[in-house]
Unconditional design. Structure first.
Length: 531
């Protein structure tokens, strides 16, 4: 039997955006924060390099705005960038007040530089564990509020829509128990979807659930063709694609091809600190061998750096590398790009509202247009803080009534071991196809191959759903299929190259037609809009 309950505010996701919103909402009502695993297992937790913020007054804020707009390759929605950089300092100051401890020396906050920033403005914590520190402190702060409740190991399997309004969600517990929660307002802050790709820096939970559920409920998606590939994830056979922070290059790391040559001067005047999309494509090109399928290794090199204790500055990275016998002081570190961050997502206005009443979105799951076609490094944690707070204020201002939704009639039937195995195989095929066909370099023919794989996976899933089967993994598979579908459609429709979206068959910008944002709606059509 399915259960039912009520809460004022439902928050899907316990990363920086969800937690920041929860803190705000708890001042006015009861909040339920739902997270698929234990608290802290989010993209936020794994953010290494830091949080970009202009703390030095108006001139500094104006420069941060300029850098954000320039990195976004022509389509940053300027009012969103304005909100991000101007509210950022207040939100970060608040975070410090609430217990986040950034690295400092003699009472001064330390700042590093990353790609496409005109000056060092990136705060960091415990060297290279900034996200973990923000997540730790926000969870602790939220836990003090008696009105915030956390549902860990719980998957949202559907949003409940009544009379055109989102009125709650279905939650599946670890024991496969289903609960329908009615809420006055629901926030999707469930992060990105790196797991759609076989190669990703994202943890296993990043399957795009929030984006897909919002779309299935009738929300519009925007800019789904813009998936950011982080240039430097560790590249060792059989080893997870561990993130090697852009801050390594901020502290002076070089990139070298397999001839030992620093190659970035052939691609951009900012060399290793060029915008992320440029560096990721340069590494990909340098990595392509002469024979089909042949891969050449590109390395990060810090051996020349003197005067910085690299193990102290990057303790997490050093410890991970040490497991594989690698040392930043001594060794060349093999790297390749990996899917990292979705610029697109659920279309929202600057207040976190979607096109569906009762449904709000913030953070990586949302698309305000703040990042345009390519996000500036370390703007994502700031985005979560600023737009998480903004979304919460809208949820409070809208003051919607509760509508009690009827509980679902049936409970899901668990998958058999064989069905689970088949599902995993289908997911792996989809992830590999997305990487090969809709990754850093795409073209019409490869995108069609991506569709073929996505449809095959969708058919397998439909058979299980028809039999009334349900599980967390099935729900994640449905989300990945849906997100892949939106990426493929949007990538096919944008017949130009811009930011993170590179079409081999249309390698140039087409400003006349595409200085716009793509919208993917219910009719599965992509339309382009100027914002
Ligand atoms: C990194 O540390 O390189 C990641 C920061 C980001 O994604 O902005």
């Amino acid at each position: 039997m399915a259960m039912e309950s009520q809460v004022d505010f439902l928050v899907m996701g316990a990363g920086v955006a969800g937690l920041r919103a929860a803190v705000e909402l708890a001042r006015h009502g009861d909040v339920l924060v739902v997270t698929k695993e234990s608290l802290g297992e989010s993209n936020t937790h794994y953010a290494q390099g830091g949080i970009a913020v202009a703390m030095e007054g108006d001139e500094d804020v104006a420069l941060h705005f300029e850098d954000t707009v320039n990195a976004g390759d022509g389509i940053v929605y300027r009012p969103a960038a304005e909100a991000l950089v101007s509210e950022g300092p207040v939100r970060v100051a608040e975070l410090i007040e609430w217990g986040t401890s950034f690295d400092s020396e003699g009472g001064e906050l330390l700042r590093t530089r990353e790609g496409a920033h005109s000056l060092p403005r990136i705060l960091h914590a415990n060297g290279d564990a900034t996200g973990a520190e923000i997540s730790r402190s926000l969870v602790a702060f939220a836990q003090v509020h008696k009105r915030v409740r956390f549902a860990e190991w719980t998957t949202v399997t559907g949003l409940v829509v009544a009379e055109g309004r989102v009125v709650g969600a279905d939650l599946l517990g670890r024991d496969n128990r289903l609960e329908r929660v009615s809420a006055r307002a629901t926030l999707v802050a469930a992060g990105g979807a790196g797991q759609v790709y076989s190669d990703t820096t994202n943890p296993g939970v990043a399957t795009g659930d929030g984006i897909a559920l919002a779309a299935l409920a009738g929300a519009e998606l925007a800019d789904m063709e813009f998936y950011q590939f982080h240039p430097t994830a560790l590249s060792l056979p059989g080893v997870p694609r561990f993130l090697l922070s852009e801050a390594l290059r901020g502290e002076g790391a070089y990139l070298r091809n397999d001839h030992g040559e620093r190659f970035m001067e052939r691609y951009h005047p900012l060399l290793e600190l060029a915008p992320r999309d440029v560096v990721a494509r340069a590494i990909t090109r340098e990595g392509i061998g002469e024979r089909p399928g042949e891969m050449r290794v590109v390395h990060l090199d810090m051996r020349h750096i003197k005067g910085i204790d690299l193990h102290h500055r990057f303790p997490g990275i050093s410890a991970f590398l040490a497991k594989y016998g690698l040392d930043l002081d001594r060794d060349l570190i093999p790297v390749r790009p990996a899917a990292h961050y979705l610029m697109g997502g659920i279309r929202t206005d600057l207040t976190g509202r979607t096109n569906l009443a009762g449904l709000y979105a913030a953070g990586e799951a949302a698309c305000t247009g703040v990042h345009g076609a390519n996000r500036l490094a370390s703007n994502s944690l700031l985005e979560g803080l600023v737009f998480g707070a903004r979304a919460a204020l809208s949820m409070l201002a809208d003051d919607l009534p509760i509508t009690v939704a009827h509980p679902p009639k049936s409970v899901p039937i668990p998958l058999s071991p064989l069905e689970e195995q088949t599902l995993e195989e289908q997911i792996a095929k989809l992830q590999a196809a997305m990487w090969a066909y809709a990754g850093l370099l795409r073209q019409e023919s490869t995108i069609h191959l991506g569709f073929a794989s996505q449809e095959a996976c969708a058919e397998g899933l439909a058979r299980l759903v028809k039999q009334g089967k349900g599980s967390r993994r099935l729900s994640e598979a449905r989300a990945m299929i849906h997100v892949a579908h939106a990426i493929l459609h949007s990538a096919l429709a944008r017949t130009e190259s811009r930011g993170a979206h590179f079409r081999n068959d249309y390698p140039q910008h087409d400003d006349k037609r595409f200085l716009k944002h793509s919208i993917f709606g219910r009719e599965e059509q992509v339309v382009f809009e100027e914002w």
